[in-house]
Design a protein around this ligand. Structure first.
Ligand SMILES: [Zn+2]
Ligand SMILES: [Zn+2]
Length: 369
């Protein structure tokens, strides 16, 4: 096949406005270590919606292509292209990838923490009018840079699952890694009932928690959380005090051994501190904004709490997310997280639908008309 020189793309040109269908150029040559991929599936993440609306923005980065959870089939390689495990990548292979890192900065070399790479390249952190143009998910053909950590995907893991592993699932698995082991039979609270919160509920259940409590909204999301392993669900519409009281009631007055924030509302900090048990652990994952309500440091001290942050995920977390789906394909109704796939020209409507919480995870298959 001849290698395409441009791709159709749904481009964000102004925050809050419909995505524009455009033809975007592709790099003239594919560098060694890079690959050109025909996207088979892109799933939308909450971050895509926040960037679209302008709640999260990167000055000077428009026009930009959204989408950072995707998988596809390799249509060209630049030579010496291998995956993160050193396996050679060839035309026709199905791959997914974690964002690119430089391998040279302080975080990459001294800290060995790819998530803190000073030149970390997420799909959307790329203007669509400068090379290499098309590195995000809402495209027909995507340029996967040499620095992006690629992975050949096992056939048992569906496209939608593998796409979700690219951000949502790997973020959750990293958070559990940061928390330390889930003690068998312990009590876990998951704050937030979006895609990450629901997935985290399932992970807590599968990891051996005795009681899993989902805290979130709206009601249909809480019902979904219960289908993914929550023993109880608490609607945050009742307010902080009622939420905390209900958690204490469900945990014999002790609170939860582990509380994970996948919500990011200003109240998550004080609520988490109040509902965590003595010597419990809190993992902050969803608080992307700068402002949170103050937490009671005296309580943190008195209960000897451990509070840790967790930032997205790297290739290690991505690999573990893929293996998690491979290990537990039947344990939860994973497919219920995803909407029916639509073509690229409907991506804009899907972004809007997700912003209204009408869908948990929209699915774009650019091969569809
Ligand atoms: Zn780096
Ligand atoms: Zn994301």
């Amino acid at each position: 096949m001849t290698i395409p020189t441009s791709t159709r793309a749904a481009v964000l040109t102004a925050h809050g406005e419909a995505l524009a269908m455009r033809d975007v150029p592709l790099p003239a040559a594919i560098e060694p270590g890079a690959a050109l991929v025909r996207i088979a599936c892109t799933t939308l993440c909450g971050t895509d919606i926040e960037i679209w609306s302008g709640k999260m923005s990167f000055p000077g980065m428009l026009p930009m292509i959204l989408g950072h959870e995707m998988v596809g089939e390799v249509v060209a390689v630049g030579g010496d292209t291998t995956d993160a495990l050193g396996r050679s990548i060839a035309v026709g292979d199905r791959i997914g990838w974690s964002e690119s890192t430089c391998g040279e900065c302080f975080a990459c070399t001294v800290l060995r923490e790819p998530v803190a790479c000073s030149r970390r390249g997420y799909g959307f952190l790329q203007r669509s009018d400068v090379p290499p143009y098309a590195t995000a998910g809402l495209v027909e053909y995507c340029y996967v840079t040499p620095g992006a950590a690629k992975l050949l995907l096992p056939t048992e893991v569906k496209d939608t699952w593998a796409a979700m592993a690219g951000c949502a699932a790997k973020t959750v698995l990293r958070a559990f890694g940061r928390a330390g082991p889930v003690r068998p039979g312990s009590r876990v609270v998951v704050q937030g009932s979006g895609a990450l919160g629901i997935f985290a509920t399932a992970v807590a259940r599968i990891s051996g928690a005795g009681t899993v409590i989902s805290v979130g909204a709206p009601a249909d999301r809480l019902t979904m959380a219960q289908r993914f392993g929550a023993d109880a669900a608490i609607d945050i519409a009742g307010g902080s005090e009622a939420t905390i009281a209900r958690v204490l009631e469900l945990t014999d007055g002790q609170g939860a051994d582990l509380v994970l924030d996948f919500a990011g509302a200003p109240s998550v900090g004080p609520e988490a501190v109040a509902m965590t048990a003595q010597r419990g652990t809190i993992v902050i994952v969803g608080s992307t904004g700068p402002v949170g309500d103050p937490i009671a440091l005296g309580t943190v001290m008195g209960k000897e709490l451990t509070i840790v942050g967790s930032l997205n995920g790297d290739i290690s977390d991505y690999y573990r997310a893929i293996e998690f789906f491979r290990a537990f394909p039947e344990r939860m109704p994973w497919d219920d997280l995803f909407s029916e796939a639509v073509g690229l020209s409907s991506a804009s409507e899907k972004v809007a639908a997700m912003s209204r919480l009408h869908e948990i995870k929209a699915v774009i298959d650019p091969r569809l008309p």
